[in-house]
Design a protein around this ligand. Structure first.
Ligand code: CU
Length: 551
């Protein structure tokens, strides 16, 4: 299926909040699977093309967009200065995404500076024609979009952080479907509520568009059954708490099997880093049991509150993540590469850079930075895709290292000060078409170890293993799961731990890889993979569209 998506510039949190809220209230039931989803700014019907024009609300923003996988079409993958230049004020740009194997929920979002804080939405992908869900068809479906909310202009928050070298101001709230919820007086009247009928089962399509925080999510007195992640089914797995990182999507079955009452759904931070400030407030929405024709007003409710894990409950977070497995059956087989052509070990670090007279707001007057293999990524002034496609020299270097420049005890409690410093560069890794790739991500404890949600564009990948401490190349591969590893596009690499992914480089293009904690992305915890063309026209990058936004 090909989806076309036109973008001018869409902005304005108020606008989006009201749209989201109105949509949620109206989208309760799953129609025939061939029907077009009304709930989203994008159509989700397989084998039908559809589009919707987003209106420009505010001229200063230049978003680009990003989805999960765009087969051979990096031109509309989205990230600025990687595959395109930003859409200029007053201009429009047509995005085409090709969905092939994805099913469940994905999301779209702006990919320019921090514009994604308010420019995002769910993409619902129904089972293909003639196919069914691998679980009993739910009675209804509801998108749950988790987000961040600043009272300030979020672009100013970023600009200040980059100017002074400190950590960006924390957001003022987490949100569920655009609302901080009942615990905030300003949001009481608008708190999102989901109406359910006793005995029915609902599919929650949860998206974390949060900017800088992983979240725990629970619904009071209800169990949640995870059935999908990042546009692929998983083995049904029941829990009372989810841990979802920025960039992840989760399809979750919710059975309304409790007494006729009202219950909070709530989310608050999973904050694994010691000494790093985080938003310690809780966002809520209301799960309201109702009988037809009788819907009590919001003000009359006093919902039951769920118990949420403590903020730093890494054990619970990682146990949850590790419990997710691919469905891996006849109808939904897996295809994990069993041999490896290209292996990489990539360290993930928060770093510092020197600052004139030590006057910056980072540690000891330095400037915060972040890196992969100690290279802090610098975005070029024209996009890497154009430079690669048109053989323009001097835009990027092709020597992103396959291993850290220095081997050390990555998860030690302390380090020599000079270990903190990183190097700036626009370095990419070039991969041969169809090569099988293994990447071992190694978290480090430089400044503060934390869970990093690493996201790769253009691919879903298998997570074959993860653990705490330094990766042990003799012991740890023995624990790899090649039977039912989850296939995802964003993986939380455990705090002071490691995670190994595998994928086949069968999607030619230029693909961004970055931490989905937005402050880390902005500090350079990024790199780019260039996957070369294959031999036939069907395995080559699509032709450059006739119009691309100018730089
Ligand atoms: Cu990170």
């Amino acid at each position: 299926m090909i989806i076309l998506f036109f973008l001018t510039s869409f902005w304005g949190a108020e606008v989006e909040r009201s749209i989201v809220h109105e949509i949620m209230q109206n989208e309760e039931h799953i129609d025939d699977k061939r029907s077009v989803s009304r709930a989203y700014d994008i159509c989700s019907q397989r084998r039908h093309n559809c589009s919707r024009l987003l209106q420009q609300r505010r001229p200063q923003c230049h978003p680009s967009l990003a989805w999960s996988r765009a087969a051979r079409n990096p031109w509309t993958d989205g990230p600025e200065y990687i595959t395109q230049c930003p859409v200029q004020p007053g201009m429009s740009f047509k995005y085409t995404i090709v969905l092939s194997i994805e099913v469940g929920t994905l999301w779209w979002h702006a990919h320019s500076d921090w514009t994604r804080a308010t420019v995002y939405g769910a993409i619902v992908i129904y089972p293909d024609l003639g196919a069914t869900y691998p679980f009993p068809k739910p009675h209804g479906q509801v998108p749950i979009l988790l987000g961040s909310w600043w009272k300030r202009d979020v672009m100013e928050v970023l600009a200040d952080a980059l100017k002074y070298g400190g950590s960006p101001n924390l957001s003022d709230a987490h949100t569920i479907n655009g609302q901080p919820g009942d615990l905030y007086p300003c949001s009481k009247k608008g708190t999102f509520r989901m109406l359910v009928e006793q005995g029915k089962t609902y599919l929650l399509r949860i998206v974390s568009a949060e900017m800088n925080t992983e979240l725990f999510f629970s619904i009071a007195q209800h169990q949640l059954t995870l059935v999908g992640r990042d546009g692929a089914y998983v083995k049904p797995f029941t829990t009372d708490t989810l841990m979802i990182t920025p960039g992840q999507t989760m399809d979750v079955l919710l059975k309304a099997d409790q007494p006729h009452d009202n219950y909070y759904m709530a989310a608050r931070a999973y904050a694994s880093a010691i000494g790093v400030a985080f938003v310690n407030t809780t966002t809520t929405a209301i799960l309201q049991y109702y009988k037809r024709k009788h819907i009590p007003p919001l003000s009359s409710l006093s919902p039951i509150f769920p118990s949420l894990p403590y903020y730093n409950d890494t054990r619970l977070a990682i146990n949850f993540t590790r419990s997710i497995k691919s469905l891996a059956n006849k109808d939904h087989p897996i295809n994990v590469p069993l041999t490896v052509d290209k292996r990489m070990l990539i360290t993930i670090s928060v770093n510092t850079l020197p600052c004139v007279n030590n006057t910056c707001e980072g540690p000891r007057g330095t400037r915060f930075s972040a890196s992969l293999n100690n290279i802090s990524f610098v975005k070029p002034s024209i996009d890497i895709l154009s430079a690669y496609y048109s053989s323009i020299n001097g835009v990027f270097d092709s020597n992103f290292p396959s291993k850290p420049p220095v081997k050390f005890n990555y998860t030690a409690d302390s380090f020599p000060t000079d270990f903190l410093t990183t190097k700036l560069g626009t370095k990419v890794k070039v991969l041969d078409f169809n090569s099988s790739v293994e990447i071992i991500f190694q978290g480090t404890n430089l400044l503060a170890g934390e869970n990093h949600p690493i996201h790769l564009h253009g691919y879903s990948f298998y997570v074959v293993g993860s653990g705490f401490g330094n990766f042990d190349k003799k012991k740890d591969p023995l624990t790899y799961n090649f039977v039912d590893p989850p296939k995802v596009n964003t993986i939380g690499v455990p705090k002071n731990g490691w995670a190994t992914i595998r994928f086949r480089a069968d999607n030619p293009g230029v693909w961004f890889m970055h931490c989905h904690l937005e402050r880390h992305t902005s500090w350079g915890m990024d790199t780019v993979f260039i996957v070369k063309n294959g031999g036939s026209p069907l395995v080559k990058i699509r032709q450059r569209p006739s119009y691309m936004p100018p730089c």
